[in-house]
Design a protein around this ligand. Structure first.
Ligand SMILES: NC(=O)c1ccc[n+]([C@@H]2O[C@H](COP(=O)([O-])OP(=O)(O)OC[C@H]3O[C@@H](n4cnc5c(N)ncnc54)[C@H](O)[C@@H]3O)[C@@H](O)[C@H]2O)c1
Length: 244
């Protein structure tokens, strides 16, 4: 019960890695708020978990994100842990990418991390304790073919994490990132079979991960004392693909 008494908000919790983190946090005793743009699926998850509530939320909506974050803090009297996990992935060569595709990726995968953190951090600073866990990607470290927009957004998340960590650590708020390798979720279902075959062959472990193999890293970063010395780090449960 490493998160007993903590109020945690997880975005992108209706599916994949976010759902696994929500389940792991619930199992560790957190009071959980799960949000996703897929309201039905995130409500269904909340019904499964003890002490979880759900909100339909588009993490690109500045006003709605502020309303939900402030509402959670008001209702629970605190917000201890924020996990930014919502994300999208599309595969488009740079020379074919239209501006809307680029903008959408930056909006969902990077700007949302700023928005959620912007609204959550003051509640954490006020209590001199908080944890922000940003789900980036190893592609933000090494890049990926036909993934300039995604790689740039995730590299942005890693840079944001370091800067926010420097700013907030003196106030008791620790900001870190997780950069998973390929994980079996609906997100990668859309990638081409060639990409997946080539990717798998590159991995020292020889296989993709499962969401349940990422969630314990998110528990570690939120936990006390286990997470207490991680500041601005990017942890890599990635099947060995990137060894920084
Ligand atoms: N699966 C992988 O291989 C992998 C690898 C590295 C990083 N990641 C990252 O992990 C995170 C979770 O991905 P996943 O693989 O679990 O994918 P997923 O598609 O299973 O889950 C993503 C969730 O985010 C939600 N979402 C998307 N846009 C949203 C928006 N605008 N507002 C609110 N919710 C939104 C979706 O509805 C979905 O429930 C993403 O940030 C992704 O980039 C995934």
């Amino acid at each position: 019960m490493q998160l007993q008494g903590r109020v945690a908000l997880v975005t992108g919790a209706a599916s994949g890695i976010g759902a696994a983190i929500a389940r792991a946090y619930a199992a560790e005793g957190a009071d959980l708020v799960v949000v996703d743009r897929d309201g039905d699926r995130v409500q269904a998850l909340a019904r499964e978990l003890p002490s979880a509530t759900a909100h339909a939320l588009d993490v690109t909506d500045a006003e709605a994100t502020r309303r939900v974050v402030d509402g959670v803090a008001a209702e629970h009297g605190r917000l201890d842990v924020l996990v930014n996990c919502a994300g999208i992935l599309t595969e488009v060569p740079l020379v074919e990418m239209d501006v809307d595709t680029w903008d959408r990726m930056i909006d969902v995968d990077l700007r949302s991390v700023f928005l959620m953190s912007r609204w959550a951090a003051p509640h954490m600073v006020a209590r001199n304790w908080g944890r922000i866990v940003n789900v980036a990607s190893q592609l933000g470290l090494k890049g990926g073919e036909s993934l300039t927009h995604y790689s740039a957004a995730k590299a942005g998340v890693i840079g944001f994490t370091k800067a926010a960590a420097r700013e907030l650590a003196p106030h008791g708020v620790l900001v870190n990132a997780i950069a998973p390798g390929p994980v079996n979720t609906p997100l990668v279902d859309g990638l081409s079979p060639e990409w997946k075959r080539a990717k798998q062959a590159e991995l020292p472990l020889g296989r993709f991960g499962d969401p349940e193999e990422i969630a314990p890293t998110a528990v570690l970063l939120a936990s006390d004392p286990g997470g207490n010395l991680y500041v601005g780090q990017t942890l890599g449960p990635n099947s060995g693909d990137v060894m920084p």
